[in-house]
Structures are given as C-alpha cells and as structure tokens.
Design a binder for this molecule. Structure first.
Ligand SMILES: NC(=O)c1ccc[n+]([C@@H]2O[C@H](COP(=O)([O-])OP(=O)(O)OC[C@H]3O[C@@H](n4cnc5c(N)ncnc54)[C@H](OP(=O)(O)O)[C@@H]3O)[C@@H](O)[C@H]2O)c1
Length: 345
C-alpha cells in the first residue's frame, strides 16, 4: 500500500479508504442484519493490508439504507459502533477516521441538520460510538439549505480549535456551494473545507469538470464514493447475479421500485452492458479484474483522488486492494474513459 498526502492537509493516508455504508450482512432469523463478526474481520483485514483510512457516517446502519428514510432509528450509528470496536485495539495514531453529520438520526426536530445545536450533539455521539476522542476528518454529509455556510464553517473551525476534529469537508454539495465555501476566507476569518466527498466513477462522471476539478485546482483532496458504481463496474451483474447483492435486496437499486414505478436509479448494469463487456476484456488483457482496473483508472485521474472501497465480503476487499499495483499509460486512461463516454445518452 502506498501513502499520499491527503490534499494540502499533509496527513499521509493510504491510496484507498475503506467505507462502512454497507457491511457484511445476511439473513439472520429471517431478517437482514449486519454480521458484526464478519464486519470486524473485514475492517481488521483492511488495516492489515495497509489501509489506514476508514470512512463512516452517523446515519450509517451498515445495511438497509431504506430505513434511513423511515422513522426506525434503532440501527442508526451501528456502522460507527462496529468501526470503533474493530479499531479499538490499534494505536489511535496509526489510522485516520472520517464521519459525517447532517442526516436524520432520531425523531426530535433537531435530530438533523448542520446547525450548531445538532452538530454539537452529533459530534459527542459519534465520538462515543467510535470510542475516540477526536475525528480526523469531519464531513457535512449534504447541503443544509437553512443553516448559513458562515455558521457551519465557524462551527467546524470551533470544533477544530477544541481538538474534537482535525479538518472538515463537504459532501454532495454543488459546485456553486463549494466555491462559496472556498471564497469565505475573503470575507470572514474562517478556514474553508480541506476536502470533498463526492460520487465519481467510470460511468458516473457528472462532477468531473466541476467539483473534482475545483478540488484539484485548490489542492483539496477528493474522497470518491461509489467508485465501482455500487458493484456494476466490478461486473457484479454481467453474469447471473450470484445472490446477496445490493441489487437483490435494495429495491431502489433496481429499474423499478416495489410499486412497479420507473426508478431513476441503477439500471446502469443494463444500460452499459456492452461497455462493461469491453471493460472486462481490457481488464483480462492486463491480467487484472474489472474492479481493479476501474479503481486504478480513478487513482490515475489526479494525485488527490482517494476512492472509498465498499465491500461486503473479504474477497472483494482483497481483490480491490490489488488495484494499487496497476500502472496505466496515458493512452490506457484515455481509452478507459472513452469506453463509457461514447455509450452515454
Ligand atoms: N457521502 C455520501 O453521500 C456517500 C454515499 C455513498 C457511499 N459513501 C461512502 O463510500 C463508500 C463506498 O461506496 P459504495 O459501497 O457505493 O462503493 P462501490 O465500490 O461503488 O460499491 C461497493 C459494492 O460493490 C460490490 N463490489 C465491490 N467490490 C467487488 C468485487 N471485487 N467483485 C464484485 N463485487 C464487488 C459489492 O456489492 P455487493 O455488496 O452487492 O456484493 C460492494 O458492496 C461507502 O461505504 C461510504 O463510506 C458516501
């Protein structure tokens, strides 16, 4: 594993990050549940493989994200708890952790948002679950349309001054918001975010010319989520789905929802079938797997690009980590990029 500076923060982190949105899971007593034992094994295996950066969020349950939209808060924070337990035996200075605030974590009116009241409570709760006394990288999970960005930036800077967090970043914001954050320093003595966390992969390239470019131009690190388009780029659905996949149990992930309505989400595996077949061929000619090539492509896109791996099985993690050994020529990077570009629309 190689280590790079996390943008201009100077903190050295592994080229790959392990995410905890979905953790190893299965049907237990008729209900889909996270397997705590397998999740801890996965996190520790990642650590042993040299990954020193772990991403989570206060709202992550490790499975069944649909509950996030419901009033069932029983499993809120489960991913943070498991991550905390898995890392509890290691030297705190040997790894970095990011977590997020903004999403709804409970039934009270102030159980969501990026306002100071909620953030103050959320950071305490996250630290408790993680069994840590500071967060390396704290993230505003999504834009808060009500709380002003000057309040949010100042709150983040206060948490930094108090040592509760080291740096903050923003996720799922549009380019205009990102620029507003970056320009704050010209109008007020606030430090802007040091990184972003956004979706970017060979297929979903909407932010390539906006957030990702702005981040690069400003030496901000880009934490990349869904680098494999949720498994599609790993070829998960090219052949017969071998089961227990996100597509199988997450209705929003398939073309139609459970009422049979057209779903805007993930029909990517159908839409890009021929490009995916080509990716498979290119991968095999390089002696690599599809996921290794797709992840390597991302890492070749910029020096501050950090893919966040999602893995529900040890073998997926082990395969994906091998992507750090691949070197691509400029023309290979270009060819891979074109593969999906020409098939869009
Ligand atoms: N900021 C945000 O709003 C946000 C949003 C989404 C995610 N994230 C972060 O980003 C992380 C990664 O996101 P993601 O899970 O969507 O990433 P992803 O890498 O696009 O998808 C991961 C899924 O792909 C499949 N997969 C991975 N490697 C594979 C392999 N080698 N062979 C076959 N299938 C493979 C697995 O699906 P199956 O489980 O179906 O086998 C796995 O769960 C999350 O854990 C979270 O930390 C952040």
């Amino acid at each position: 594993m190689k280590y790079k500076s996390f943008g201009k923060t100077g903190v050295k982190v592994s080229e790959l990050i392990l995410g905890t949105w979905y953790l190893p899971n299965g049907i237990f007593k008729g209900k889909r549940e996270v397997s705590k034992e397998n999740s801890i094994k996965l996190i520790r295996r990642a650590y042993d493989l040299g990954i020193n950066f772990f991403d989570t969020a206060d709202v992550y349950r490790g499975v069944y994200e649909r509950d996030a939209l419901s009033q069932n808060f029983d499993r809120v924070g489960f991913a943070e708890k498991i991550l905390g337990e898995a890392l509890s035996g290691y030297d705190r200075e040997s790894f970095v952790v990011s977590t997020k605030v903004m999403g709804r974590t409970g039934p009270l009116v102030n159980d969501s948002g990026a306002n100071r009241k909620h953030v103050r409570r959320a950071i305490r709760t996250s630290l408790e679950r993680l069994q840590m006394d500071y967060i390396d990288f704290y993230i505003i999970h999504a834009p808060d349309e009500v709380s002003g960005i000057d309040q949010i930036a100042r709150t983040m800077n206060l948490l930094e001054d108090e040592g509760l967090i080291l740096h903050y970043g923003i996720s799922n914001h549009n380019a205009l918001d990102l620029v507003k954050y970056l320009n704050l320093k010209y109008f007020a003595p606030f430090e802007p975010p040091d990184f972003i966390q956004d979706k970017y992969n060979l297929i979903e390239r909407e932010l390539e010319g906006t957030n990702i470019k702005i981040a690069e131009d400003n030496s901000l690190a880009s934490m990349i989520y869904s680098p494999l388009a949720q498994g599609v780029l790993a070829g998960r659905y090219l052949d017969k789905d071998e089961g227990n996949s996100r597509l199988e149990y997450e209705k929003w992930f398939s073309k139609t929802d459970k009422e049979g309505h057209e779903n805007k989400g993930y029909d990517l595996h159908e839409k890009y079938k021929s490009a995916l077949e080509e990716l498979r061929e290119m991968a095999s000619s390089k002696g690599a797997s599809m996921s290794e090539l797709a992840l390597s492509w991302l890492m070749h896109r910029g020096k501050y690009i950090f893919p966040i791996l999602g893995a529900t099985r040890l073998e997926q993690l082990e395969e994906n980590v091998k992507s750090t050994d691949i070197t691509l020529s400029m023309s290979e990077v270009g060819d891979l990029g074109k593969l999906f570009e020409t098939k869009r629309g």
